[in-house]
Design a protein around this ligand. Structure first.
Ligand SMILES: Cc1cc2nc3c(=O)[nH]c(=O)nc-3n(C[C@H](O)[C@H](O)[C@H](O)COP(=O)(O)O)c2cc1C
Length: 381
């Protein structure tokens, strides 16, 4: 694998850490480049109180000198400001830790499965890592991947396609300024207002909502990924990356699930040739055919289930007493589709950056650029 990353850290622990290995030398990387996406992940109407506490930023600890990557592993750290309030609950030292076991497991969360798996008698030991706080570390790593992609004219963005039953009518051309100024990252102002109202109504009812986000990568070079093996296909890699986002339960590319309902004559994208080169008349495939990027924008949709911590808790069992109970509640989000879109961008960027490095190699940015340019001259010629 040309690009790898590992994250560590508990939701209310001292900090999150990510090690990103495989970024070539010579990429300009500053902490301020990573803040924007970290803050975008924290936003969106429907987030809980936690996000107001955290003001995420990534501290570069290793892999960069004088503003340029060294080709060595990059280590980033994100401090959890809330940790101050959790020092005792999350203490590393056995003499200091304060335990108040959570045993009323939340339906739909990792609590029960995690407790069975790890032999835990306190869901705190499970939920601290299962929590999507971990996705902040992915967004930091994704920020580096985005900078690499930018060197080659590839831009990865996302918008909210639906929340609950409210869907937006986004055409092929998205108003990205409207997305960034929308409280729910929706390009359609009317649908966005209805989404905000739906989230408020769910909050009133003590309920939560899911929805669909869409990630669009423009400027993707043709030829990334391969049909060579199951685990080299770009569509497969994208699908795994997106479904790995907590609460994301399905993924589709391009017209995806719709394509399964239509005849072939209404699904496939015909290639055309104009002065500017080879294109497709449509992009129903979402930019990937045969497990290979085909030069069109890569379009991936992530389907989020509703958040499983409800203000009006669901029925469960208390694992200690084995009696019926109402699930544990702690400060929680109502709807995270807009934030999940930002995490989706990071995951898509990491997959695409990995595929670029896999195909073109190179230990430095100039070497990678020479390789890309040589290939593009051949493809475009
Ligand atoms: C950005 C983001 C924020 C989330 N915030 C919460 C939350 O506040 N409360 C909650 O119960 N689940 C939240 N989730 C979802 C849980 O992390 C997820 O449902 C849980 O880990 C179980 O995994 P699964 O739903 O993939 O099975 C969030 C997910 C994302 C992507």
């Amino acid at each position: 694998m040309s690009l790898r990353f590992l994250t560590a850290g508990e939701s209310h622990g001292e900090r999150l850490t990510v090690i990103l290995d495989g970024i070539p030398a010579g990429l300009t990387l500053r902490e301020e480049d990573l803040v924007v996406d970290l803050r975008r992940r924290q936003g969106g109407h429907g987030r809980g109180g936690r996000m107001a506490l955290e003001q995420d930023g990534a501290h570069i600890v290793a892999g960069v000198r004088g503003g340029l990557t060294l080709g060595s592993p990059i280590t980033l750290e994100i401090v959890n400001r809330d940790w101050e309030n959790w020092r005792q609950v999350m203490a590393v030292d056995a003499a200091e830790v304060k335990r108040k076991p959570i045993t009323r497991v939340r339906p739909g969360h990792a609590d029960l499965a995690g407790m069975l798996k790890y032999g835990a008698d306190d869901a705190r030991d499970v939920l601290e890592r299962a929590s999507a706080r971990e996705t902040a570390a992915r967004v930091a790593a994704g920020g580096v991947a985005k900078l690499l992609l930018k060197e080659f004219g590839i831009q990865v963005r996302s918008y909210t396609r639906s929340i609950g039953a409210i869907a937006c009518e986004a055409g092929a051309s998205i108003d990205w300024d409207a997305v960034e100024s929308s409280a729910v990252r929706c390009p359609d102002a009317q649908a966005g207002a209805a989404m905000v109202a739906a989230i408020d109504a769910a909050r009133e009812r003590g309920d939560t909502l899911g929805g669909v986000f869409t990630v669009v990568a423009d400027g993707v070079l043709p030829g990334l990924g391969s049909y060579r093996q199951w685990d080299t296909r770009l569509d497969g890699l994208l699908a795994q990356a997106i479904v790995s986002i907590p609460a994301c339960k399905a993924v589709s590319l391009g017209d995806g699930m719709e394509a399964a309902r239509r005849p072939g004559s209404e699904v496939h994208d015909s290639p055309t040739y104009d002065g500017g080169g080879l294109h497709h008349e449509t992009n129903r495939a979402g930019g990937v055919t045969g497990g290979i990027s085909n030069g069109e924008p890569v379009v991936v949709h992530g389907f989020m289930k509703p958040i499983s911590t409800l203000l009006k808790p669901l029925k469960t069992v208390d694992l200690k007493s084995r009696e019926p109970a109402r699930a544990h509640y702690e400060r929680s989000d109502i709807c995270v589709v807009p934030a999940a879109g930002v995490v989706g961008e990071a995951m898509v960027a990491l997959v695409l950056a990995g595929a670029v490095l896999e195909k073109f190699g190179g230990d430095s940015i100039p070497e990678l650029r020479r390789n890309v340019e040589g290939y593009l001259a051949k493809v475009r010629g």
